[in-house]
Design a protein. Structure first.
Length: 364
């Protein structure tokens, strides 16, 4: 649940919490003796458990989706004052209106922000799982979230909404639990893996450039912060961070320093092996053959300047959805901020999201 700041009855002050369960069986058949998921909630669950929205996050992001952290309660890797990634869209009176809806923002299995991941201690060995972390899939991520929702008393979702890897999860939800939600909002994403087949191996080779790598067993060697910082800087640039910082830092060198400053805290908190296992989870991700299962309405959103998921991919996916009988519509965010547009330029598509949410809520 969230609290209000004195003087602002609508301000969200979230608290990151942990859900734990035992003997979670992965699609591979491997059983995790313990599974933990970090999460936040905003708003109140209705007595019938049917007014919930699930927010899913991106590859290197966290479950901190809305509000500003107070002095306590920040998620792992965050600090007091940090604002949620979709704060422009989630809150009282916003597009995803927490005065009416109960929003669950779930971290994902394999992520470094408090959930079970390769840095977690394996109860069988007493050491981090490291590179021995069992392979899992996007469907496993979704099934873990389903267990969390059941624990919270959620019986039905109004929608699943999220950007990038979170959009992958939204599509996966629609085919794994087709009757559990009215709609999905996959944003700056695709219904199948767009990465190269050897993406995980290439990532390992990049991480191995760090002298501490040691085959992925770097936990007692100081980590691989140097190479993670370089990876994060390159990723932020590809996502569109330079356009976001251009006005504030017009000088190139100053802007580069600002990007590094933003990358360094992430590099100290995110586990290199988490990058690998989350990338591997995408190797089998492809919901397109299962479009016929989808019952949810779909609002598919792309950013005009996204290098990762360009608008050119949208027509084919929309045609395939419509051919499968899915009620799908498309919105393009007119933003210069590339892959970062969904949250940072949230006001540019908030009216479309608000209208879609209102439509879904009439089905409840």
């Amino acid at each position: 649940m969230t609290m209000a700041v004195a003087g602002d009855a609508h301000a969200l002050v979230p608290e990151s919490k942990l859900f734990a369960t035992r003997d979670f069986r992965l699609e591979s058949g491997v059983v995790l003796p313990e599974l933990t998921l970090a999460y936040e909630t905003y708003g109140a669950l209705a007595p019938d458990g049917r007014n919930a929205v699930l927010h899913t996050h991106g590859y290197t992001g966290s479950h901190h989706a809305a509000g500003r952290y107070g002095a306590t309660g920040a998620a792992k890797g965050h600090k007091a004052g940090d604002v949620g990634s979709w704060d422009k869209l989630i809150g009282s009176g916003k597009a995803i209106d927490t005065s009416k809806l109960f929003v669950v923002a779930s971290n994902m299995l394999g992520s470094s922000y408090g959930s079970t991941n390769p840095a977690t201690i394996d109860p069988k060995t007493g050491k981090p799982y490291g590179p021995d972390f069992p392979r899992h899939t996007v469907a496993d991520v979704v099934r873990a979230q389903k267990a969390l929702l059941e624990h919270l008393g959620v019986r039905h979702l109004i929608a699943v909404a999220g950007p990038s890897y979170g959009g992958y999860q939204a599509f996966q939800w629609a085919v794994t639990y087709p009757g559990f939600m009215h709609g999905i909002v996959p944003v700056v994403t695709a219904p199948r893996n767009i990465g190269a087949p050897d993406a995980a191996q290439k990532l390992i080779e990049r991480l191995a450039e760090d002298p501490n790598w040691s085959g992925g067993w770097y936990y007692d060697k100081g980590g691989v912060v140097a190479v993670l910082t370089k990876i994060r800087v390159a990723t932020l640039k590809f996502y569109g961070i330079e356009a976001q910082l251009a006005a504030q830092h017009p000088d190139t060198a100053e802007r580069e320093a600002a990007i590094v400053k933003q990358a360094e805290p992430w590099a100290h908190n995110f586990d290199g092996n988490s990058l690998v296992v989350l990338r591997r989870a995408l190797e089998t991700y492809d919901t397109t053959p299962q479009f016929g299962k989808i019952k949810a309405k779909v609002l598919y959103v792309i950013s005009r300047t996204d290098n990762l998921f360009p608008p050119s991919i949208a027509p084919g996916h929309l045609q395939a959805l419509e051919a499968a009988g899915v009620d799908a519509r498309y919105f393009e965010i007119d933003s210069e901020l590339g892959h970062l547009a969904s949250g940072t330029d949230g006001e540019k598509w908030a009216p479309t999201l608000e209208a879609f949410m209102a439509e879904l809520m009439t089905q409840s």
